[in-house]
Design a protein around this ligand. Sequence first.
Ligand SMILES: O=C(O)Cc1cc(O)ccc1O
Ligand SMILES: [Fe+2]
Length: 426
Amino acid sequence: MTYHPGFANHIATEAVTGALPIGRNSPQRVPFGLYAEQLSGTAFTAPRAENRRSWLYRLRPTANHGAFVPYVGASHLQSAPIDTPPSPNRMRWDPLQLPSDPTDWVDGLVTYGATGDVAAQSGVGVHLYAATKDMDRAFFSSDGELLIVPQQGALAIDTELGRIDVAPLQIALIPRGVRFRVKLPDGQARGYVCENYGSLFRLPDLGPIGANGLANPRDFETPSAWFEDSDAPCDVIQKFQGGLWITTLDHSPFDVVAWHGNLAPCRYDLTRFNTINTVSFDHPDPSIFTVLTSPSETPGTANCDFVIFPPRWMVAEDTFRPPWFHRNVMSEFMGLVTGAYDAKEGGFAPGGASLHNQMNGHGPDQASYEKAVAADLKPHRIADTMAFMFETRHVVRPTAWAMATPTMQLDYDDVWTGFAKAQLPG
Ligand SMILES: O=C(O)Cc1cc(O)ccc1O
Ligand SMILES: [Fe+2]
């Protein structure tokens, strides 16, 4: 498997020499009788800097399929708007358990919450997955791009535009509409998915940081063209406006022999993140750890930011080093890939999740607080950690499933109930 470095670069790739038309997108006769097809990730008229599309050259056009019918499977996938009431309460969940029956990646997806409105192309869906079986069918979301954060087990993702291998500490980003199937080299896998209904994820501006730092573009990797020439039937499941639909093709959907453009799946290794932090005092806002951002119409107020808390040196002087107590106009869904998170001494396990919605007080648990105020502030490396946050301007509504699952920690408030009252002089 070969990859091309760069984020949303214009790439030209062919799995068969001579398959890619030169100098035009849609010649009268495409080499080998391939079908030329445009995949648009932004409106045709989106400004050039925003515009994302690719041209695919395939054995058959995607349009060559029968009707989709509703998918009747054990799916726990949902979309915004969620019909259960929003809750101001802070929530936390133990890890999602592996299913007892053989379950592939698509049936292993469970929606914990969603926000915005899938029909209005704003907001996100937040899913976790727990899977034990390779997919032998294809899946795509018409509702949003998928940011996949593996937590346990590698994923071998075959997509129409190439194959991506990812493991925990890496992420994959799959554009809206791109069909893919997930295989499990380790036999089982768990992780998180942000389904972004809004504007496409991109690298954040760096402002005074300068031209380099945080996630550097060249560390994103886009696969070369790959295809399979198979006339065996293949089920394709589509998520469309929250519902799941299925059709059966009489051929493989993975039949793109060549493609070019700047809309394609990619992967990124989170350990390549160039972490920037204070070298004087005060814990900076977590926006300093933004990997990718999906802007909204309001500058600086994201539809969704993907923020990580990677291993790093803590050197701040006269500073409460962990995340401070706070209330945020943005809503925060967090997960933990590995290790421990510096604001939570207990209860936030790798594979677990938490939700702190708009304006609701949260921050270090009491044990983290006591430890931090007592600490001798020598340089200290937080070595084994990788937490992340999907932070959104829209309030996340938990699903009925997430509210009812036994993995929900009903005593989560208690991590903040024991604080001693401050003592004023006199
Ligand atoms: O709530 C959290 O743990 C996430 C978070 C981390 C941080 O360093 C500062 C603010 C913030 O919301
Ligand atoms: Fe927070």
